[in-house]
Design a protein around this ligand. Structure first.
Ligand code: FES
Ligand code: MG
Length: 579
């Protein structure tokens, strides 16, 4: 059990801004009064920043203005003082070329917002894909007590008597529409029914994966990541976060005491058991590194080999969605089921251990959260490949692809840009068979730029019409957590910086051997050397601005795509600011 150090009011960080009888503190106090607050409302109390990634273009966070009120209520009940601080919204749907370009920007904003303001602790409000890692990465570096409030998944989608899952069903029905099997009226019905409440995507996509990881790391209250956004339990969770963060400040329960090696390992195991998004790999590595935990692709592959997939939630699972997962007991019940594999001595934001948090948790539906004796898939949801196409690794979701592509050999069909590929696959005269290996390059961290979610490369229309629904695809892109198929992703190093994917040519034979974790082009070494000598580096994507900085400092996928200068190993974190 944790030693609950007690802080005095004089030792609060915010006291540096407000307590002294000097001119600076006079200025700070008078400006608080300008904001309408009397001294007794904020003096000597933990000042809690509510870092809110809300915007009118973030559909997943539409309920955040109300939840801020709930958090504030909780903070006040526990004797704290709450202030809402806007943070970059990084919505998944509208942010182009890809939200991933801005994850690190959010992380920087969060770190600097906390450091530069009189905050004693923070509640992080996020959930839509990149907002979770962005908020957590920044707050981990800043180091103040923090608690994460997940947005919660939206309700199940619904149309004409059938249940619809975010993303996954959009891709699926789009292929049916391309094949001419769906009318425009049906398509519009799906459009209106697939996202029908506030909250994040309700498949086990990147959002639900990342909030599950954050909970397993100990950074949320128990089961917080599973409560649907529209459930009144979500409001109660928000006020509970407000109450708890005030106590955490008094206990000085800082994130370095929570996000340890054990916590990161727990998070990786839980990710595998939930059928996590491939994006989890990039973000989990980045988050771990911010906490000083060196997690590698090989560690993840090793955990993936021994962790069965238990959450029967689409797209890796067959049947259910996050709402069902919640009714079946939620993440807490899933973790209870694999308790023996977790280090339950890890401390969480509750101040207790994971073992205490899981005490009494139960699974209410064995088909949604499977027992270890009847998993959805015998291994975890991710596998890491290596070979002469991806010396620093690539990832694939074995459970989400047609098993006939687990071992496969076929001719490459290579495209250098997404528009070029998109045009070609719509051409019904394209020379392609289901044995071909569709390849997209220049889609990595620098090449994309930002590693867009293009990795579920569209099947050529010709194959779709012939009845095919899968083929082997390879890229240095990411793919949406709601995607599926035989898609090899995150090829590292990326082609744009001269990774060997840049040397592949249409017609070369590519071989995947998933049981042995290999991905190779069957081209002899001398020929590859000739191609390497003739390779010309492409022009950088940006001439100025944030993109210019991004391309100079972003790391490769296997390193988590953090900026080099934000890495913990880069240098000492700045001291507290002079007041
Ligand atoms: Fe926000 Fe999927 S678009 S979570
Ligand atoms: Mg997504």
């Amino acid at each position: 059990m944790l030693d609950t150090r007690k802080k005095t009011a004089a030792a609060l960080r915010s006291a540096r801004w407000f307590a002294a009888d000097d001119l600076r503190s006079f200025g700070h106090r008078s400006r608080m009064m300008q904001l309408g607050y009397a001294e007794e409302e904020f003096m000597g109390k933990p000042m809690i920043g509510i870092l809110n990634t809300w915007s009118e273009l973030n559909a997943c966070h539409g309920h955040f203005p109300e939840r801020v009120r709930d958090v504030k209520r909780g903070v006040a009940q526990a004797g704290g003082f709450a202030v809402e601080m806007p943070s970059l919204s990084v919505d998944e749907t509208f942010t182009k070329p890809t939200s991933m370009l801005y994850r690190n920007m959010l992380a920087m904003e969060v770190e600097e917002t906390i450091r530069s303001h009189p905050l004693d602790g923070v509640v992080l409000m996020g959930g839509c894909d990149k907002t979770t890692p962005g908020l957590v990465m920044g707050a981990l570096t800043a180091g103040a007590p923090m608690i994460f409030l997940p947005a919660g998944p939206m309700l199940r989608g619904h149309y004409a008597g059938r249940v619809l899952g975010s993303g996954s069903d959009a891709w699926k029905f789009w292929d049916e529409r391309r094949a001419g099997n769906i009318t425009r009226e049906e398509w519009l019905g799906i459009q209106g029914g697939i996202a029908r409440s506030v909250g994040t995507c309700m498949t086990m996509g990147t959002a639900s994966t990342m909030t599950a990881i954050t909970e397993a790391m100990g950074l949320t209250l128990p089961n917080a990541s599973s409560i649907p956004a529209a459930d009144s339990g979500h409001q109660r969770m928000a006020s509970a976060c407000g109450r708890r963060i005030v106590e955490m400040v008094w206990e000085d329960l800082t994130p370095d005491r929570i996000v340890t090696d054990a916590a990161v390992r727990n998070a990786a195991i839980v990710a595998m058991a939930t059928g996590c998004s491939t994006n989890a790999v990039v973000h989990l590595i980045a988050m771990a590194r911010r906490a000083g935990v060196d997690l590698s692709l090989d560690d993840l592959d090793a955990l993936g080999r021994v962790t069965p997939l238990l959450a029967n939630v689409r797209p890796s699972g067959k049947d259910y969605l996050m709402e069902d997962f919640f009714y079946a007991g939620g993440l807490r019940a899933l973790m209870k089921r694999i308790e023996g594999r977790l280090d339950t001595s890890a401390v969480t934001v509750t101040g207790g251990t994971l073992a205490e948090d899981l005490d009494g948790a139960k699974v209410y539906d064995d088909d949604v959260i499977r027992p270890l004796s009847n998993p959805v898939y015998h291994e975890g949801s991710l596998a890491v490949l290596r070979g002469n196409l991806c010396p620093d690794g690539a990832v694939i979701k074995p459970a989400a692809c047609d098993p006939k592509y687990h071992v496969h050999e076929g001719p490459a069909l290579v495209f250098d840009s997404y528009p070029e590929m998109k045009k070609a696959v719509e051409d019904e005269t394209l020379e392609v068979t289901a044995d071909h290996v569709l390849v997209l390059r220049n889609a990595g961290p620098q090449g994309g730029p930002g590693m867009p979610e293009w990795g579920m490369l569209p099947l050529p229309r010709r194959l779709v019409k012939e009845g095919h629904r899968d083929m082997l695809r390879i890229s240095d892109a990411r793919m949406s957590g709601t995607s599926y198929g035989a898609c090899v992703l995150h090829v590292a190093p990326e082609s744009f910086v001269g990774g060997p994917l840049a040397l592949l040519r249409t017609g070369d034979t590519v071989r995947i051997d998933l049981p042995n974790r290999r991905l190779d082009m069957l081209v002899d070494a001398a020929e590859l050397e000739r191609r390497r000598a003739a390779w010309v580096a492409p022009e950088p994507r940006y001439q100025r601005g944030y993109g210019y900085m991004f391309q100079r400092h972003v790391g490769q996928a296997n390193e988590g795509c953090d900026f080099d200068y934000l890495a913990r190993s880069f240098g000492k974190v700045a001291d507290e600011p002079e007041i």
